[in-house]
Design a protein around this ligand. Structure first.
Ligand code: DX5
Ligand code: ZN
Length: 219
């Protein structure tokens, strides 16, 4: 049994049928809900905010993995804990005092994640890797679903895996953006633990079967 996880991104769900899509994920082989929060400042798009996450939490029966694409995320750590986030991921590029932010996320009872934009080098995490539960490697520029996968991601996953091993850290590796049935296995072979998939799941004819297919590919 593989411990590799599939995390459907709710950004690609049908917002007019949100409960239906949440129940689909609940009943599927998916492991996590991936929730993208965008502020229109850190990224050039606005997704949805607290009231929508509150509604999602009410129905979701699996781990809620919140990806904050917002400036100054420290302002909302307790809010997201109260809304039911299990994992809270902030962007490296949005945090001046990353170590302090990570401690605050853990103190609020959540797992602490750090996301890296495609241009951000893995080596920047050298001094903080032991404090990170999850590193989210962005395999597209954050802000939109449905973009194509950046091939340099494989190299970054391998470098991050080597850093985690060298430091004896327990950090997991998540890949976010453009994940599909063509790259899923190779990403896991390179060292990924969690694969986020939005469009590939929700734009498919049978999302439940697509999740099952992804799960089998990484097992
Ligand atoms: C992009 C988001 C992703 C997005 C992935 O900014 O962080 O989570 O929803 O969507 P796909 O799988 O369509 O690239
Ligand atoms: Zn995301």
């Amino acid at each position: 049994m593989s411990t590799k996880r599939i995390a459907p991104s709710i950004l690609a769900a049908d917002f007019a049928n949100l409960q239906r899509d949440i129940e689909m994920v609940n009943a599927s082989e998916a492991d996590w809900f991936h929730i993208d929060i965008m502020d229109g400042v850190f990224v050039p798009n606005i997704s949805f905010g607290m009231p929508v996450l509150k509604a999602i939490s009410k129905h979701a029966t699996k781990t809620i993995d919140v990806h904050l694409m917002i400036v100054d995320p420290d302002r909302y750590i307790q809010t997201f804990a109260d809304l039911g986030a299990d994992v809270l991921t902030v962007h490296y590029e949005a945090c001046t005092h990353l170590h302090r932010t990570l401690q605050a996320i853990k103190a609020a009872g959540m797992k602490a994640g750090v996301a890296l934009n495609p241009h951000t080098n893995i080596s920047l995490l050298e001094d903080v890797i032991q404090d990170i539960d999850l590193v989210c490697i962005m395999s597209v520029n954050p802000g939109f679903g449905g973009q194509s996968f950046i091939e340099n991601t494989y190299d970054k996953v391998k470098k991050l895996k080597a850093l985690i091993t060298e430091k004896g850290a327990a950090t997991e590796i998540e890949i976010d953006g453009g994940v599909n049935d063509k790259n899923a296995k190779a990403l896991v072979d390179a060292g990924a633990d969690v694969l986020v998939a939005g469009s590939f799941v929700f734009r498919s004819e049978n999302p439940t079967a697509t999740i099952q297919n992804l799960k089998q590919l990484v097992s």
